[in-house]
Design a protein around this ligand. Structure first.
Ligand code: CA
Length: 717
């Protein structure tokens, strides 16, 4: 059994915090030329035909099924799968990247957007490139210094950076072709998603809807980085005119002055898919900003295109159709989750569908030509809505779900962490099943009293204190005991589970399925495992020494099939998770791990932390009111990175043991003057006043002296 004593039911979205890494080289670094680099070009046919020897786009193909036709590794021999090589990505922060493989070269992004090109046979480094991310802009990142990978086209590699740039690199040597800014740097935009490319246009969105931005996505020319079009997902101030008829239509579903309280949100921070026959580009749109709709749009309304799948013409960015999963979004229920295109038989008819399992807990099957809802059913227990009405295509909400005056706080499923987050799922045409990294992570929502929009701070309009209460103080214990995670095989025709494999907790890795009858998934408890795609029986697993959140891929070279995954525990949940690292993995080492049948390599021994607990800081005398102020400010400003109860995951400094807590002046320079801003710790000078900063210090010291320290080094198996 897994021990989740320190599980903090957490937050979708969290601030970046101080990071101990400093990587400054901006020049591409070329180490060796062992690999024969050809002039092989990537174009539309490469991606559409999807040579199984490689993995040429984020989702494997434009349909984003993440299913490989390779079957040399199969149910009969998967037990003999062994490590062939590993590559140290040089980071202890989260790794969410899907490696791209083409022509024997693997391209993978690490923390802070460092791109590595590796020999896919041996793991030898060919080049790496550090874009020297502006960490002050990066401090706006909600959810760790992560990136989900690159795109390739022609002889170039494309990557979006945390500080909002889109960069084209020469695939052979990592030299910069061009480097363009895609955001307004005065706004808290960031990029974590992987670009997609159609017909010489590279598409990239952005994040920032926890702090307050207006969402959009853009198309750039692969040739020179020229902006070709931009599609806004929510309207701006109508007085300024509308960019398109779609924005005019959307504005009719809004009320109030959303452009003054955070921009409306609707960021396109992760998923896209493309149908070459219909020539439609699908984008997944995020939550409202602020989350709390009463602030954003006081008169209600659907607030298009929040939490929607939107179909666009890739040439022009012209709107074609949308389907909104959560009208009037108020819970951080994004529809940015992975979307899969497939052709399946439903009620005797061949249907072209798009499928999504967004945060709100319902699995949607939608006609991808028209946007018509075909079916929807909840894939985990949910209590915010009873069902999706097939007449209206809308969820039927339960009574308490819309928090606020007159409503009792309720333990809601899902919470902002989602029933499914960014971790990619897969679809096997062989079994007809969708494999979902599903989870149950409840939350308690409540209004933020006296909310005032504060530029650069979190502006959810909800008070995290309802959910992030210290264990002994009530709700938190109940929430953490409820959190679950599983690999769920879902039948999209019958809209019901085929099988599920229960994990120790939430925040497990993305999924790959193969024609070898296998499903691969990494887990929070530091393994990569293979399951029988038909039955869910676990057939093989490998101890990865760190939690795996990214999705595996597979490729074939010289007749040998390889399975690869980028390992490295991190992301929003982990930062707020507080103190539990997988057993035997007290140090998080980000790596690429590559396996083949008969592989004999071993992971370098991870240095395990075995340190005595540091001395507790001396208590400072404060009254109950100050301590409560500190607890509240901690819950709303710090917990996202530094963890519940001031217990960090280990990915960022553990405040309980920080020397800054013992020095009021030094503490103040960090929180209010940005003394560690270059290392990724935001300057909260415009967010917190001196008294509140000092109250947070008192709270952290009180937590450090509380009787929970034994849990810190507790493993979870
Ligand atoms: Ca969000």
């Amino acid at each position: 059994m897994h021990d989740f004593r320190k599980l903090s039911v957490l937050l979708c979205a969290l601030l970046l915090a101080a990071c101990s890494e400093t990587q400054q080289n901006t020049e591409a670094e070329s180490e060796q030329e062992a690999v024969e680099l050809t002039d092989s070009l990537v174009d539309a046919s490469t991606i559409i035909e999807a040579d199984p020897g490689g993995w040429v786009t984020h989702g494997g193909t434009y349909s984003e099924q993440r299913h490989s036709p390779l079957q040399k590794v199969n149910k009969e021999n998967v037990a003999d799968l062994g490590l062939q090589w590993s590559y140290d990505l040089g980071t202890s922060r989260g790794i969410e990247a899907t490696p791209i493989v083409h022509d024997g070269i693997m391209y993978v992004t690490s923390t802070w957007n460092i791109v590595h090109a590796l020999d896919a046979r041996s793991g030898a480094k060919i080049w790496s490139y550090d874009p020297a991310v502006d960490k002050e802009q990066a401090a706006y990142g909600c959810c760790d210094a992560v990136n989900r990978g690159v795109a390739i086209w022609g002889d170039s590699v494309f990557t979006g950076t945390l500080d909002g740039r889109l960069i084209s690199l020469n695939a052979k040597n990592g030299a910069v072709n061009w480097d363009v800014n895609t955001i307004d740097k005065s706004q808290p935009y960031t990029i974590t998603g992987a670009p997609r490319i159609v017909d010489g246009k590279v598409f990239i969105g952005n994040g920032g809807a926890e702090l307050g931005v207006r969402g959009y996505m853009s198309a750039y020319s692969v040739a020179d980085g020229a902006l070709l079009w931009r599609f806004h997902t929510v309207p701006g101030n109508p007085a300024d005119g509308f960019e398109s008829d779609a924005m005019k239509m959307a504005a009719e579903t809004w009320d109030g002055e959303w452009w003054n309280v955070g921009g409306g949100g609707g960021t396109v921070w992760d998923s896209m898919a493309y149908d070459p026959e219909l020539d439609l580009l699908y984008i997944g749109v995020g939550n409202g900003s602020p989350w709390n709709q009463k602030i954003r749009s006081p008169g209600g309304g659907d607030n298009l295109f929040l939490s929607s799948i939107v179909a666009l013409r890739p040439d022009t960015g012209e709107y074609v159709w949308h389907y909104q999963t959560t009208p009037g979004e108020t819970w951080d229920y994004t529809a940015t989750q992975h979307m899969i295109l497939a052709d399946i038989e439903i009620d005797g008819a061949d249907r072209q569908v798009i499928m999504q399992a967004p945060k709100n807990g319902f699995f949607y099957v939608i006609d991808r030509a028209t946007g018509e809802l075909i079916s929807a059913n909840n894939f985990v227990p949910v209590n915010w809505a009873t069902h999706v009405d097939m007449e209206t295509g809308r969820p039927v909400e339960t009574d308490g779900a819309r928090y606020g005056p007159g409503k009792e706080p309720m333990v809601q499923l899902p919470g902002p962490l989602g029933a499914h987050n960014w971790h990619p799922m897969s679809y096997s045409p062989q079994t007809g099943l969708v494999y979902i990294p599903a989870q149950e992570a409840p939350w308690v929502y409540g209004d933020k009293k006296d909310f005032a929009y504060t530029p650069g701070a979190w502006n959810t309009g909800t008070d995290f204190i309802y959910a992030v209460l210290p264990t002994e103080r009530g709700m938190f214990a109940a929430l953490k005991s409820m959190a679950k995670g599983r690999l769920l095989a879902w039948d999209p025709v019958a809209q019901k589970p085929a099988w599920s494999f229960e994990h120790g907790g939430p925040w497990n890795g993305g999924v790959l399925s193969t024609a070898g009858g296998l499903v691969f998934q990494g887990t929070a408890d530091a393994h990569l495992a293979a399951y029988d795609a038909a039955s869910g029986e676990r057939l093989w697993r490998f101890f990865t020494e760190t939690g795996v959140v990214a999705a595996p891929i597979t490729y074939e070279l010289d007749g040998e099939q390889y399975v690869a995954v980028a390992s490295g525990w991190g992301g929003s949940f982990v930062l707020g998770f507080g103190g539990v690292l997988p057993s035997g993995s007290a140090v998080n080492v980000g790596r690429v791990l590559v396996f083949k049948v008969g592989g004999q390599a071993e992971l370098p021994q991870t240095e395990l932390k075995d340190e005595p607990l540091p001395t507790k800081p001396a208590m400072i005398e404060v009254d109950e009111e100050t301590l409560a102020l500190g607890a509240n400010a901690y819950a709303n400003t710090c917990v996202g990175c530094h963890g519940d109860q001031a217990f960090s995951s280990g990915l960022v400094p553990n405040l309980r043991f920080s020397s800054y807590t013992t020095n009021a002046e030094a503490w103040k320079t960090v929180l209010l003057e940005g003394a560690l801003a270059k290392r990724g710790m935001p300057n909260f000078g415009s967010v917190l006043d001196e008294a509140t900063a000092e109250a947070i210090r008192a709270f952290v010291i009180a937590e450090a002296n509380s009787e929970r320290d034994e849990a810190f080094y507790k493993s979870f198996d």
